[in-house]
Design a protein around this ligand. Sequence first.
Ligand code: PMP
Length: 443
Amino acid sequence: LIELDRAHLVHPVASYRTHETLGVRVLASASGATLTDATGKQLIDGFAGLWCVNAGYGHDSIVEAAAKQMRELPYATGYFGLGSEPAIRLAAELADRAPGDLNHVYFTLGGSDAVDSTVRFIRYYWNARGKPNKDQFISIEQGYHGSSTVGAGLTALPAFHAGFGLPFDWQHKIPSHYAYRNPAGTDPQAIIAASVAALKQKIEQLGAERIAAFYAEPIQGSGGVLVPPKGWMKAMREVCRTFDILFVADEVITGFGRTGPLFACSEEEIVPDLLTVAKGLTSGYVPMGALFMSEHVYQTIAEAAGASAVGHGYTYSAHPVSAAVGLEVLRLYETGLLENGRRAGARLMAGLESLRDHPLVGDVRGRGMLAAVELVVDKERKTPLPAAADPARRIFDRAWHNGLIIRAFASGVLGYAPPLCCTDSDIDAIIERTRQTLDETLA
Ligand code: PMP
């Protein structure tokens, strides 16, 4: 398998050197929060795949829901105005639970195309309101909004930009709220004030009459699990309201129990104009993403479109099998998984906090089942691990050896996003194996 993988399967995010020297690991099966590789080695999945298998592995009821739908009707296209029962029901169930009046759901295949779709619908919205000049978009440094070309421009990763003329000249960034390394200091109110000032400054610079939308993650995931202070989302949302700018909450990671509730925006007590989800929506069993539009956004676009459809669509949008899985996953969240995730999340955070005494641990942050430990070589100066030593790869390998999969970011940040089904002993093993891995890294 490894030979065939090397010969034929492209892993674009792994460098070819890494691929050559360290090889490929083949996963064979999984149950609960535990993965088994092709050699029989068992590992705790501390990252739920790629922050997506929120329900955990091995749910027969999900498999049955998919098989039943495949047998009855594997495909239906919305293009000809055709629908399927699971897609309609899932849209209705989600709208029922989404914050405020986010009542209109458009299904995609994942997070990147959900974000791309927001850009398209937002342009249609401003055109419909007779403001076609509102065509500038703002997002945040350390933010991640996908790897499609439009999404990659909103994403703040230079590696995703080089050679593609990205970000586009209509895509702008403001600094992150990153508390551990914020020039405004660590005081929550000062961090909020600095972000508000940065957004207002950008608005002034570009002109409010030109700005279409602002994108924020309730917690910046791929940027290193950066948790804004309580009230930050609300303050940014208010700035957008004041200047007639649409506020988009990207909940691709934070949605579906990752931080506790189904939507992190509910905890923040805000209602965005648009909201994107993916990952936990189908818990990784099949691909699916979605965006929600508020009544006002949807009705404005729909009224302007009249009898004609707006130009947008994917072959696999609102896929019946994905929708059937989504419905079953939602049922599981609400019959114990969310509750278990909240309990396990408290244990995870307490366990990670207990690592603060370790010489390498500079910061511990997170909420619920979404957390990070930032490693430093000097706690006082917050000196990052030397990048030349490729700490991420080394730590990932050590953790793997110790029976744990975590995300090791190049910056020396360890990311945690275990399945919500974790038992107490799963969480305790994650903490113990992390400590062991850190001790070995120090040695
Ligand atoms: N938005 C956010 C906040 C994400 O974290 C991600 C993926 N990590 C995406 C969008 C893109 O989702 P996908 O990889 O499913 O295209």
